[in-house]
Design a binder for this molecule. Structure first.
Ligand code: PTJ
Length: 250
């Protein structure tokens, strides 16, 4: 039991959720390693939402609200860390969830789907993944013809770079959440939210609720957004923070 007064409470709770996900057969073992990489970047970021991430989240909200056929891709880490949030988002924007995992076993895919449905998800795709994303040889190429394959906008948190690139080549817009601003995924995506998945989902839901009824300025918001420029701003924010001298004072 981690006391709330622990200085690293939030971070330790996330680890607990992932370990519980692993024990429930939802998260893959490799997911723990991937999370560790994310944690290292979050430490450099200062475990808060940067201005650049907030801007990207606003652009992502606009893209999801304008989309004709949005789909949310769910892997083992996302299912363990933000179960309730992705279900809420899915209902808010009327987008199905699609279980799509890299280290694929049918058993784990089935367990993720069952977990989402138990928690109230309205539509979970992924068990009829008989379409393929061209140019990808691994399991993440297998997608539902009614879901990711025919979507115009895919929200794919903690994605891998080659599939992100392949989805873009298919003409889709891809929104990612990835704490590493230098990853191939971040660089290929249409909108890269460089933030922790829990913070990013909380912010995305809040912004969508705020903007849902006044869709007028969404296109303008998107037109003014440049993902490469925003990633540069993100790296600059991290570097500027690391230059602050008091960071080294104990
Ligand atoms: O459940 P599966 O089989 O689909 O596997 C999921 C993982 C995440 C293991 C798989 O997609 C994978 O190996 O991903 P990568 O290529 O390691 O990329 C994961 C990215 O997510 C890395 O760049 C991490 O920095 C980032 N990341 C990890 N934890 C978080 C995160 N980004 C945001 N929030 C996090 N909590």
């Amino acid at each position: 039991m981690i006391p709330k007064t622990h200085p690293r409470y939030e971070s330790l709770k996330k680890r607990e959720k992932l370990v519980a996900g692993l024990e429930a057969g939802i998260t893959g073992k490799q997911g723990l390693i991937a999370h560790g990489r994310g944690e290292a970047f979050d430490y450099l970021i200062g475990e808060r939402t940067l201005n650049s991430a907030r801007k990207a989240t606003e652009a992502a909200a606009a893209l999801l609200l304008i989309a004709q056929k949005p789909v949310i891709s769910v892997n083992g880490n996302v299912a363990a860390l933000v179960t309730k949030e992705i279900i809420e988002l899915s209902k808010l924007i009327n987008a199905p969830l699609e279980v799509n995992i890299f280290y694929r076993t049918e058993e784990r895919a089935r367990r993720i789907k069952a977990r989402l449905e138990e928690q109230g998800a309205a539509k979970v795709l992924g068990d009829k993944a008989d379409a393929r994303i061209p140019g990808i040889d691994h399991a993440r190429a297998k997608v539902d013809p009614e879901g990711i394959y025919s979507a115009d906008v895919v929200l794919a948190p903690l994605e891998d770079g080659d599939r992100c690139e392949a989805l873009i080549k298919m003409g889709k817009k891809v929104i990612t959440v990835d704490l590493n601003p230098l990853s191939r995924t971040s660089r290929f995506a249409t909108v890269s939210i460089v933030d922790d998945i829990e913070r990013a989902m909380g912010n995305l839901i809040a912004i969508i609720k705020e903007k849902k009824n006044g869709k007028a300025n969404l296109a303008a918001l998107l037109d003014g957004y440049d993902n490469r420029m925003n990633l540069r701003d993100c790296v600059k924010e991290i570097v500027d923070r690391l230059k602050e001298e008091e960071l080294l004072e104990l």
